[in-house]
Design a protein. Structure first.
Length: 253
């Protein structure tokens, strides 16, 4: 099953879809001193307009580390490109946002669309189960051999599966609105304590990786991946899922 973990990581599960899942993400910086009011307004709007069947599904995350700390990230789920052809936002919903939510926002980012890279992802968690996310944002250098990047990401997903470790990773390729070559790799955890064990778990996955792909393959392939990244082209952030400001997690078979 595929958890939508975005730029977050998103906690919506989709399976049996003919194409990779598509989402958009934008960030909202609250007016100084209005963080609580913004959360309340977003929660009220989402409960009113984004809960039932046929409504647009929206998921909200608090950024808890990095340059965007304190902002809210909102992710909208297609789940396919064709679904974005149908504008499900009514004038009533738009007007409600502008009247009740927008005054609490100091600034918003531009919207960025992402497509899930299924071959580089591994997710067997239940919808809404993992609420802490580590996002790694990469920007690949122009002219670099991106095959090295994708080889490691695909091999890593295979090694996680083979290892049997309870580790969730979703990889998202930017498809519009971001820097060229932007890729977000998102790991998900139940708690901060579980996140604290991340590197121990990755060490075990690394052992499996080498068993599968050969001695020294872990460091060799990682070095080749690093060679595809722009200088200063990697950064991390931690996010926390806010279910009370979100549509209900869904599972489709």
């Amino acid at each position: 099953m595929k958890n939508i973990f975005l730029i977050l990581f998103l906690f919506v599960v989709q399976a049996g879809i003919s194409q990779s899942m598509v989402v958009w993400v934008d960030y909202h910086d609250p007016v100084k001193g209005k963080g609580s009011e913004l959360r309340e307004a977003v929660g009220d709007k989402t409960k009113k307009y984004n809960q039932g069947p046929g409504t647009f599904q929206l998921y909200t995350f608090e950024v808890i580390s990095g340059p965007r700390q304190g902002q809210l990230a909102r992710a909208g789920v297609g789940p396919t490109w064709a679904d974005f052809d149908n504008n499900s936002v009514t004038s009533e919903e738009f007007n409600y946002w502008m009247k009740n939510v927008d005054p609490m926002i100091a600034s918003s980012s531009g919207r960025e669309y992402f497509e899930r890279v299924d071959d580089a992802s591994h997710d067997q968690s239940k919808p809404g189960e993992k609420v802490v996310g580590l996002n790694i944002h990469y920007v690949m250098a122009p002219g670099s051999d991106r095959n090295h990047f994708w080889k490691f990401r695909g091999n890593l997903a295979s090694a996680i599966k083979e290892s049997g470790e309870d580790l969730t990773v979703n990889v998202w390729r930017s498809r519009g609105g971001g820097e060229q070559g932007h890729v977000q790799v998102s790991f998900a955890f139940r708690t901060m304590e579980e996140y604290g064990n991340f590197y121990k778990v990755m060490s075990k996955v690394g052992d499996t990786y080498q068993e599968m792909f050969g001695e020294d393959s872990w460091e060799t392939d990682l070095d080749l991946l690093r060679g595809t990244i722009q200088m200063w082209g990697a950064r991390t952030e931690l996010v926390r899922f806010l279910p009370e400001l979100s549509s209900p997690p869904i599972a489709l078979q």
